[in-house]
Design a protein around this ligand. Structure first.
Ligand SMILES: C[S@@+](CC[C@H](N)C(=O)[O-])C[C@H]1O[C@@H](n2cnc3c(N)ncnc32)[C@H](O)[C@@H]1O
Length: 247
């Protein structure tokens, strides 16, 4: 059975009612405090997780790299540093998130756009990376199809995400983190507890890593494989586009 349960998951958590505009507005509001909160609430682990994702991008074929849902451009900056010759493009639908991180990667191209209707030609990128972005998409399957379209044959897609944990202990940790710590600390620092309640619900209701892997395979990605980081709190999933005749 390779069909994705994403639609079911969305329906279960009532996510279909959350309009894109509302999500964008929320990220616009938390943009000024996003980095501080990220460091604080992941105890710095997010930087290590990002470094692992960048390592996977480095193993991919040479060529332009897209940081999808780039936010405040942490991954963009790390990729630009690790692969200095690569053309790096950061895309996000929140201009304020991008503006807050612009200084980190002055050489990168910045594009305001929708991950589910990418403003790029077919086969424009050798690699696409998405850090903590796919669970925010109204339709992650449509997002994955778009990634496949803009990848070159043989190109790689690296997802770094907080999936719904499978292990009991990690699930309990995620629940406490999402329901108590995230809204309390996030609300205090950003002054917007509602935004952090949304982020918490997006974590609680998303797919498990195996479900996401099946969804990627279902839209046509090959060699899909994933693994957990830090007891499954975060995970990486990689997939490739089928190599072309000359790749
Ligand atoms: C949790 S943040 C992650 C940011 C960054 N990638 C990181 O690693 O910190 C999610 C980002 O996804 C962006 N986003 C959500 N839905 C989007 C969409 N449909 N198109 C483009 N960006 C989107 C938000 O604006 C936000 O900046």
């Amino acid at each position: 059975m390779t069909t994705t349960p994403i639609a079911d998951v969305r329906a279960r958590r009532g996510e279909e009612a959350v309009h894109e505009t509302a999500a964008r507005g929320m990220f616009e509001r938390i943009a000024p405090t996003y980095d501080t909160l990220n460091r604080l609430m992941s105890a710095g682990l997010d930087r290590r997780w990002r470094a692992r994702a960048v390592g996977e991008v480095e193993k991919g074929p040479p060529g332009p790299i897209l940081d999808l849902c780039a936010g405040t451009m942490d991954l963009t900056a790390m990729i630009a540093e690790a692969i200095p010759r690569a053309e790096v493009v950061a895309l996000d639908f929140s201009p304020k998130m991008l503006a807050a991180g612009r200084h980190k990667a002055p050489g990168a191209k910045v594009v305001v756009g929708d991950a589910m209707a990418l403003p790029f030609d077919d086969g424009a990128f050798a690699a696409v990376v998405c850090g903590f972005g796919v669970r925010n998409l109204a339709d992650p399957v449509r997002g994955a199809r778009e990634v496949l379209r803009v990848l070159r044959p043989g190109g790689v897609f690296v997802t770094l995400e907080l999936f719904k944990p499978s292990r009991w202990a990690t699930r309990a940790f995620h629940l406490a983190y999402a329901q108590v710590i995230l809204p309390a600390v996030g609300g205090l620092v950003s002054g917007d507890p509602r935004a952090y309640r949304y982020l918490a619900s997006s974590m609680a209701g998303f797919l498990t890593r195996p479900e996401y892997e099946r969804a990627l395979a279902g839209v046509g990605f090959e060699a899909v494989r994933g693994w957990d980081l830090t007891l499954g709190i975060a995970s990486i999933v990689c997939g490739s586009k089928r190599p072309g005749p000359t790749a």
